[in-house]
Design a protein around this ligand. Structure first.
Ligand code: GLC
Ligand code: CA
Length: 566
């Protein structure tokens, strides 16, 4: 058992623009985060992952960086950041930066130079190609709809952007790009930051020759993700970054890597790889979608057996060799309670059940802001209320293709990234207490804030918030929660997800009803349970109650801890 502090930690993700506004301009900022550090400390989390705060024209809320070593004007100053870091450290919390190495902003000075002329020394910092047959160099489709290529008239060439056209991809085959990036990473480490989330890191290498993706239907663009995801040279680059820079610091790293399974993930996080500590995988994020890629918008019902299959696979392969980053929500995904639970009648019960599920798995749990109070999806009636570039591009393209607007809006209500980006609901006062001095939030507040807000949750001992506090505290008390071996029980049960976690003679039994109706539980043979060892549950349970067969209430979850007698 390879013990590490980052395995024992709980991460809380902050999406700064939507977290807390301190100066009434309707946008969250660093001083706003600072004002909530005590709240985060009370929750018990160890690490704050802060989504990008660098200088940016904000076409993709900071994921388009124009200066890696400066703070976005709207968010504050470098002095604010230094103070935030210091104040977090004073409270025993660490800070993880979100770094975008795959692309910059089209307003980054490198890109401005690169675009200026074909013989500019920075031309090769980005990926420029000549057009083919009067069109773009290849048929790859962008994550944000349309071609990955943007034509530039003045030099008569195209540049590549896997995301929006304001996010040109860097050329990682250029040693100067590599050196500058290493230097920049080190600059932040010297400031004392405690980790990085490497955005879109799976995509920094593209297939040699940038070949067309398979296109049997002769579409203008195709999802060619395997031509720019998880290619072998990504590992060479990451190992190099580790050896030259990361190795010298005791930090936590997590990479965003879509499109892989656990065996392949080991090549990033395997104990002997020296690349990253863990990666965000996406398999369970496509449970309710047609396929990978922009197929995310084609919503299909998900089922529990698929979830079990995916999660169990990751749990088993990562044990002892790697490490999981466990999440159900983030700034790119719908709200977990709306997606996998019930955000109406059983909102509280189902949010607690999902939290139990996540926190009892092996791996580092990630909480996304507002998840700890059960914030829900939003269904704006008009496209004018949406802000996200991916959402707006999808809407526009779908309208052009003649898809009925109702159908598009349905897709947005399920999957738009704005579901997770409405302002954090702090109180039942105007604008949910997110902004001050009559400010108008950059995106509308969810109208359910009078019911769902931090102030109410903190006051109510039975709230989702207090349940999270308890889960986090339990992790600090019982090593088996961190390091125990996962074993799935009842693999074919379509309603109940049950598993054990075992470390030496300590065993957790986790029982979760994933749906809003009662379900019959039958304890599998050979499983010992100390029914007095109930660690947590989301309904009242009598201590010592026999559980060899019993009826689980809607979304009921229980965790028992047993000392195994051999
Ligand atoms: C990652 C981020 C997402 C962003 C994209 C481009 O997927 O999580 O928010 O839009 O990268 O940087
Ligand atoms: Ca502000």
């Amino acid at each position: 058992m390879n013990k590490k502090w980052w395995k024992e930690s709980v991460v809380y993700q902050i999406y700064p623009i939507s977290f807390m506004d301190s100066n009434g301009d309707g946008k969250g900022d660093l001083r706003g985060i600072m004002s909530k550090l005590d709240y985060l400390k009370d929750l018990g989390v160890d690490m704050l992952w802060i989504c990008p705060i660098y200088k940016s024209p904000n076409h993709d809320n900071g994921y388009d960086i124009s200066d890696y070593c400066a703070i976005m004007d709207e968010f504050g100053t470098m002095e604010d950041f230094d103070l935030l870091l210091k104040e977090a450290h004073l409270r025993g919390m660490k800070i993880m930066m979100d770094l975008v190495l795959n692309h910059t902003s089209d307003e980054h000075p490198w890109f401005i130079e690169s675009k200026a002329s074909k013989d500019n020394p920075k031309r090769d910092y980005f990926i420029w190609r000549k057009g083919k047959n009067g069109g773009p160099p290849n048929n790859w489709e962008s994550y944000f709809s349309g071609s990955v290529w943007q034509y530039d008239e003045s030099t008569d060439e195209y540049y590549l952007h896997l995301y929006s056209k304001h996010q040109p991809d860097l050329n990682w085959e250029n040693q100067k790009v590599i050196d500058s990036m290493h230097e920049m990473v080190e600059w932040w480490l010297k400031k004392g930051v405690d980790g990085f989330r490497f955005d879109a890191i799976a995509h920094i290498v593209k297939a040699v020759g940038l070949p067309d993706g398979a296109n049997p239907l002769k579409l203008p663009t195709v999802q060619a993700y395997d031509l720019f995801s998880n290619l072998e040279n990504v590992h060479t680059l990451l190992k190099n970054l580790y050896d030259r820079v990361l190795f010298h610091y005791d930090i936590m790293t997590v990479g965003e890597t879509s499109g892989l399974g656990p065996e392949q993930a080991l090549s990033y996080v395997g104990d002997t790889r020296n690349e990253l500590n863990m990666v965000f995988q996406f398999e369970h994020m496509f449970l309710d979608a047609r396929s990978t890629g922009t197929g995310k918008w084609d919503v299909v019902p998900w089922n529990l057996l698929d979830l079990k299959k995916i999660i169990s696979h990751w749990q088993i392969v990562m044990h002892e060799q790697g490490w999981n980053a466990n999440y159900l929500c983030n700034h790119d995904q719908p709200r977990s309670v709306s997606r996998f639970g019930d955000d109406q009648e059983y909102r509280v019960e189902s949010a607690k059940m999902l939290a139990t599920f996540l926190h009892m798995l092996e791996g580092t749990p990630y909480i996304y802001q507002g998840e700890e109070i059960g914030m829900t999806n939003i269904a704006f009636q008009s496209i004018d209320d949406y802000r996200d570039v991916e959402t707006l591009n999808f809407y526009e393209q779908s309208m052009q293709r003649g898809i009925p607007e109702e159908k598009i809006m349905q897709a947005l209500w399920h999957k738009s990234r704005d579901n997770a980006r409405t302002p954090m609901q702090w109180s039942n006062t105007e604008e949910a207490g997110f902004t001050t001095m009559g400010g108008e939030p950059w995106i509308r507040v969810n109208s359910n804030y009078p019911l769902i807000n931090v102030e109410a949750a903190v006051k109510d001992p039975n709230s989702i918030y207090h349940y999270y506090r308890k889960l986090i505290a339990l992790r600090k008390q019982h090593e088996v929660i961190v390091y125990g071996l996962y074993e799935l029980l009842l693999p074919l049960d379509e309603e109940i997800y049950a598993y054990t976690r075992t470390l030496e003679d300590q065993q957790l039994l986790v029982i979760l009803n994933f749906f809003g109706k009662e379900a019959e539980f039958k304890l599998p043979e050979g499983i010992q349970v100390d029914t007095k060892g109930l660690l947590i549950s989301n309904y009242p349970v009598k201590s010592g109650e026999d559980i060899s067969t019993f009826t689980l209430r809607p979304y009921e979850s229980r965790v028992y801890l047993t000392t195994i007698q051999s």
